[in-house]
Design a binder for this molecule. Structure first.
Ligand code: C2E
Ligand code: CA
Ligand code: CA
Ligand code: CA
Length: 279
């Protein structure tokens, strides 16, 4: 309950700030948070049900605010995007990923870390170049990273061209690229036509309503057919129950991410989780 209240309070707080004049001080808040170690990267396993273990982990930001408690990324990520601070936050996630890969070669051997990339970053014509430089053009590192972008990549044709150019550059450098929250945007099919994604992450809304005769099932089956046809790897997001997992397996989808397997967890809990899960 305190946590919930904290989140609610900060939601109201950030909303109020956004509406008023606090724009000058809020960007500084993000810098302060980074400097003060208030931000933490959580890891959520992406399971390969054939292997019975994770084939990767998605990195998800958490903000431990000294006054407001844990603030959800659903609240602070949009704010950071608006305030031009998403680059700094993403750099922090990237640094964490690189450090983790270098420090855990055994654990990471055939696994990847998935990083969320805001559309805004792809509108920077130097983004791909900067990410490559950050990775020291190290193919070993690059092969262990999956970059996730959402369907709402662009608001105009010019933006779309720019974003796609960056994605091509990244893919040419060896990064794998995923389309996130697939099925929830308006431009999904157009995007698939324009860019050869390696991975498609089917949004949790389609997994949630996996009732035998629901519309969601027909849509899910179409998306699976589409992804197969285009040679993309499918990850189902938001798998919460054994029934959902079974239903996905019957459809040949065996890469699952969701609370049924594991919630996002701090790095410190990861090794114990791996040992417990026998992976
Ligand atoms: P996302 O990229 O779609 O990440 C998956 C979200 O689904 C995470 O929420 C995760 O905790 C949640 N989730 C995982 N399994 C389940 C499940 O079985 N059921 C349900 N109901 N939810 C599940 P989280 O961590 O709150 O993150 C929310 C969003 O914030 C992310 O959605 C992503 O869009 C954004 N985000 C988080 N970290 C970053 C980041 O470093 N950069 C950017 N640009 N965005 C981030
Ligand atoms: Ca994601
Ligand atoms: Ca997602
Ligand atoms: Ca999302």
């Amino acid at each position: 309950i305190p946590l919930l209240l904290g989140t609610l309070f900060s939601a109201v707080y950030t909303y109020a700030s956004r509406r008023r004049v606090a724009r000058q001080s809020l960007p500084a808040t993000f810098e302060w948070a980074l400097k003060n170690n208030e931000l933490e990267v959580f890891f959520q396993p992406i399971m390969d049900t054939d292997l019975g273990g994770p084939l990767g982990f998605e990195l998800l930001l958490r903000w431990h605010h000294p006054a407001h408690g844990i603030i959800s990324p659903m609240i602070f990520i949009p704010l950071a995007e608006q305030l031009g601070k998403i680059g700094a936050l993403t750099d922090f996630v990237m640094e964490t990923a690189i450090g983790f890969i270098q420090e855990n070669p055994e654990l990471m051997k055939s696994r990847y870390l998935a990083i969320n990339i805001s559309r805004q970053l792809l509108l920077d014509e130097h983004f791909a170049e900067r990410v490559c430089r950050r990775c020291g053009r190290n193919q070993h590192l690059i092969r262990h990273l999956l970059l996730e972008v959402t369907e709402d990549l662009a608001f105009s044709d010019a933006e779309m061209d720019q974003a796609i150019t960056q994605l091509h550059l990244l893919q040419q450098h060896g990064f794998r690229i995923a389309v996130d929250d697939f099925g929830t945007g308006y431009s999904g099919l157009d995007l698939l036509r324009r860019f050869p994604f390696d991975v498609v992450k089917i949004d949790k809304v389609f997994i949630k309503e996996l009732l035998p005769e629901g519309n969601a099932v027909a849509l899910l089956d179409s998306m699976i057919g589409l992804a197969d046809g285009l040679g993309m790897v499918i990850i189902a997001e938001g798998v919460e129950t054994a029934q959902q997992a079974d239903s996905l397996l019957q459809r040949g989808v065996n890469h699952h991410q969701g609370f049924y397997y594991a919630k996002p967890m701090p790095q410190s809990a990861l090794v114990a989780w791996l040992a417990r899960s026998g992976a």
